[in-house]
Every structure is written in structure tokens, then in C-alpha cells.
Design a binder for this molecule. Sequence first.
Ligand code: FES
Length: 312
Amino acid sequence: MLTALFRQKTGNTPGVKNPIDIAPSLTVPVIGFYGGQDQGIPQTDVAKIRLDHDLSQGIGQALIDVPGITFAPKGLQPERLTPVTLGVVANVSGTVSGKGRIDWGAQGVTSSGSFGTERLDLAAAFGPVTGLKGQINFTDLLGLVSAPHQEATVAEINPGVAVTNGVVHYQLTGQSRVRVEDAMWPFAGGTLRLDPSELRLPPERKDWAPLGILAYSKICTHAGCALGLYRKPMFPPVEPSPALVCPCHYSTFDVADGGNVLFGPAGRALPQLPLMIDRRGRLRAGGNFSGPVGPSWWGVRKKPAVSPGDNS
Ligand code: FES
């Protein structure tokens, strides 16, 4: 954590052993830094932080100025600053700069900030990303929550086949989640668009939804009706997440979470079909369904998953 890396920039006032004992307020400039002899890499300052605390009222603030943090695959990585990026991005290369603030008092702690990059390369769960550029406005800097409708441009993203010059609108929703609001790329003579989605697939399925495209069996796992309804939130911040709904007895399956049952009598998740994009840019099945297709009777649970070419 960055808090463990602070060092005080200037010493205490000469002759004052413990300023907290005598001062009605406290102002301490500190520097967040990374590296040092113990880590075997040169020490690098990453942030200038001014701490102000009013001892009589118990309120204070920290003003954070990041003139430029440079990430490199064998140097500083985001998870050294905040663990919430661990497993989300890796091999980050590029520079991030911006300002933030943290306020505290009787009402609690709030934080905000704005950070941006002119170019960032990284490895994400869906593939390598190069030339990421944009500014992000945090409404909760400590929780990594952003305002909606953040925009980033991407020079190239490669989940199996390279697509270039993308524009993505998104929101960080905390707990390492990204809600993609929309995304567009020029692709195969047309335009590739992503619908709003917030994927929470199990780790072993991280590459089953290239560019956010998902596929599930259409046969309800309750009694075999065809899933004919799709619940799409009109205002995602307050409405239930996207789901497939069976019209027979209203079993509802979470498309973002591997087809898990959200509601209704279905006793098991909807089988998911892994997808891939081949070298010619065609969307294809990447393997078998995650489980047997069909209603949960006649022993279907004991049957192996069917091949993608079967009618299901
Ligand atoms: S068959 Fe789908 S909920 Fe019963």
C-alpha cells in the first residue's frame, strides 16, 4: 500500500519534539515513494502529498499531486500502489499523472481525483491492450469508483485478433469491476459495438467472452422451455443486471456471471459456450458447453456437455 511508503519531506520544527502535543493544527508535507535499497531498485517519488489536520475539530485533508508515475513491466506496477488492481491488469507500461484529495472528519472519509495518461500498454484478462489514452474522474478515489461515462481511446486490443482505434465509455464500480457502457471499433469493414455489460465470469472462463460477446444455451435448465426474454436495464446504476429470462416459470439467469440462477425454479446455471475469434476475425465456438444442455430431469445432469455443433 502507498501509505506504507510515505516518508516525511521536511523535519519537525526545530526544538519541537512532538508537534501534536502543542499545535492546534498540523501540516505535514510528505512524499510517497517506491523502491529503495531493500527492494534492489532505484527509489522513485510517485506523489507529493500535503496532509492538513485540525486537531480541535478532528477534520483534515490530504492533497495528492502525482506529476507522473511511470510503470514498467520490471519496475513499478499498479498493485504495489493499490491491491485492487491485482489480477485485473499486469505488465503495465506508461505514465499516469493527476491530482486527488482525501477528506476526513466526523462524517467519515471521502475522496476524489482526476488522473490521466497519454499512453499506457498493459495485459488484461481478455488480451493485450496497447495505446490506452484518457482521463478518469474518481468519485471515490480510495475505492477506485469513477463517475459514469468515462472515455478512453485504445490504439489496439487483441483478444485473439487485433482490432484498432477503439473508443470505450466505461465506469469503474469498485471491487475491481469495470462496467463497459459502450465501445466501438472499426472492424471487418463495419463497426464492432459492445453492449453494456459487467462481466463477472469465473476465472477459468476469463477468455470465453472475446470483446464482451457471450453465448449460452437457449434451453432452460428447469423444464426445457426456450429462453425467449432478455432483461436489459434501461438505467444500469439502479436497475437489475442484464439477464436471460424463461417465459414458462420465470427462471432468470445472470449473463454477466456465467449464467448463474438469479430467480426461479431452475436448479443449475445455464450452460455457457466458450467463444473465440479466429485468425480470420470470425467468431467461433472455442470448446464445449460448461455443462450438460437441457432440463434437469431424465438424468441430464449426469450426461456430458454436448458438442457446439449440436442443436442447442
Ligand atoms: S422451464 Fe424455464 S423456468 Fe420452468
